[in-house]
Design a protein around this ligand. Structure first.
Ligand code: PXG
Length: 465
């Protein structure tokens, strides 16, 4: 597919309407309006998105960490089309279900293994985690321990934007808007070695970060704690890959106090870390797993909350679980997700990530590791981050302030035809799992070129203090 530049008048009209009527999420509206409206993305294929100005951009973010199977999959469109003609919608509340929902639950459970037998459907990652909160509190009430309702998450974890999702997450900026978190949610330190443990032995730092969970459990009172929730690798927090031993230590602490372990696989699921699910990479067995994004490669909104068979046994004793959404198990979304899983399986995208593209990406990042502005370049599977620093060998930031260099380098990357995100001063990427070696080279070398281009302006900034 070639460029499909929109006629100038049509584009100007779209941008005018965008400013006049549209409030996109996670957006500074004054800034969007000052920039003359949003960039209009018109079409995409493979790993490339196209905008209305005629730019072709390598999508280093797989949309928003989700288009694992890549763009332009006619099979997914065909699955939606066929299902819409047969049964576009029906609910799961009247002791009814649709074939795609039931088959999808089975396909997900088969890939989860580890006793995670049952799946509850929702439409977004946030909703999947709302279900986690409702479910674990209900679970402990049915078990006769209704006081066990505290859920522990981590600072800078991301679990969504609904009231429960943003509360479970540890994004201070989100908490500040809307008087969050809601009661009964605690946060502990994150295992961010580069940021919070610089110079410390990584394994010792990981053990210290995990020990923070036990300390908090003891402070809250073990009998009050319902669950711990974490992302195997924090995505929106800045691609934070925990040190070796962290997750096994967290799991052991949860077991010691009989606390449910929840793995938020909204980003890490469906091949991202080179396994179907991130917890499988870290060798742990969560009791609950939330997932979204890669479940349908973002083609339609659908998410799931998977639980272990022993949780299901308790739920069976609990009467009606008075929770569910109109679109739980949406037949069309489920049909598309099922076809997406079939594609990932058939094309061996999980195996390809583990055995080919992930090691290739990791080796390519070596080219950035010696750059004077790079403090660390890390990846696991096909997710990674590059830390921009003001002094080689340090974790010091330009102008002594986080968030100065990152957006500058990101904007240059986009101008040079690569979509990446800046999370403070970390450039992060999470490309479709179909990415080729040549595209990985382009991703890494564009970041390198953007760093070179930004260097004079960054070095001219006033020093810290
Ligand atoms: N959990 C995780 C781990 C996520 O990354 C959600 C839950 C919520 O999913 P929904 O579908 O409700 O958005 C996410 C979503 C960012 C950014 O700034 C990341 C997400 C969403 C919006 C922005 O990188 N991840």
């Amino acid at each position: 597919m070639t460029s499909a530049k929109l006629p100038a008048a049509e584009l100007a009209d779209l941008k005018r309407q965008d400013i006049a009527h549209h409030l996109p999420g996670q957006t500074d509206y004054r800034l969007r309006d000052t920039l003359g409206g949003s960039r209009i993305i018109t079409h995409a294929e493979g790993c490339t998105i196209h905008d209305a100005e005629g730019n072709a951009i390598l999508d280093g973010m797989a949309g928003l960490w989700c288009v694992n199977a890549g763009y332009g999959r006619a099979e997914l469109a065909d699955a939606a089309h066929a299902q819409m003609l047969q049964l576009p919608y029906y609910n799961t509340f009247f002791k009814t279900a649709s074939a795609p929902a039931v088959r999808l639950a089975t396909a997900v459970a088969e890939r989860l293994g580890n006793g995670l037998t049952h799946v509850f459907f929702n439409s977004s990652g946030s909703e999947a985690n709302d279900t986690v909160l409702r479910l674990v509190r209900h679970y402990w009430a049915v078990r006769g321990q209704p006081y066990r309702n505290v859920i522990i998450g981590r600072w800078n974890g991301y679990h969504g934007s609904t009231v429960a999702g943003a509360s479970l997450g540890g994004m201070r900026a989100m908490h500040e808007q809307g008087n969050l978190p809601i009661p009964g949610i605690e946060h502990i330190m994150q295992p961010y070695h580069f940021g919070d443990g610089f110079g410390e032995d990584p394994v010792a730092f990981g053990a210290r970060a995990a020990a923070a969970l036990e300390e908090r459990i003891l402070k809250v009172g073990p009998h009050n704690v319902a669950a711990f929730i974490g992302e195997p690798v924090q995505g929106a927090g800045g691609v934070i890959i925990p040190p070796a031993g962290y997750w096994t230590a967290i799991e052991a602490i949860c077991r010691k106090y009989g606390i449910l372990l929840v793995s938020d696989e909204v980003i890490c699921g469906f091949g991202r870390l080179g396994r179907w699910f991130g917890f499988q990479h870290f060798g742990i067995r969560p009791d609950i797993v939330s997932m979204a994004k890669g479940l349908s490669s973002g083609y339609l909104p659908i998410s799931a909350t998977a639980v272990s068979s022993s949780i299901v046994e308790t739920l069976r004793d609990g009467g009606e679980f008075v929770h569910g959404y109109t679109y739980s198990g949406h037949p069309t979304a489920a049909a598309v997700a099922l076809k997406n899983i079939e594609i990932i399986t058939r094309e061996k995208l999980v195996e390809r990530t583990a055995g080919d593209t992930a090691p290739y990406l990791s080796r390519a990042l070596d080219r950035l590791r010696s750059h004077p502005l790079v403090g660390e370049a890390r990846s696991l599977g096909l997710i990674g981050g590059v830390e921009i620093v003001s002094r080689p060998g340090s974790n010091e930031r330009f102008a002594g302030k986080e968030g100065t260099a990152g957006p500058m380098v990101r904007d240059i990357c986009i101008r040079r035809g690569l979509m990446v995100r800046a999370i403070r001063d970390t450039i992060v990427f999470c490309p479709p799992l179909i990415i080729t070696h040549a595209e990985i080279d382009r991703l890494v070398d564009t970041i390198g070129a953007a760093l070179d281009e930004a260097a004079p302006a960054l070095q001219a900034l006033p020093a810290a203090g």
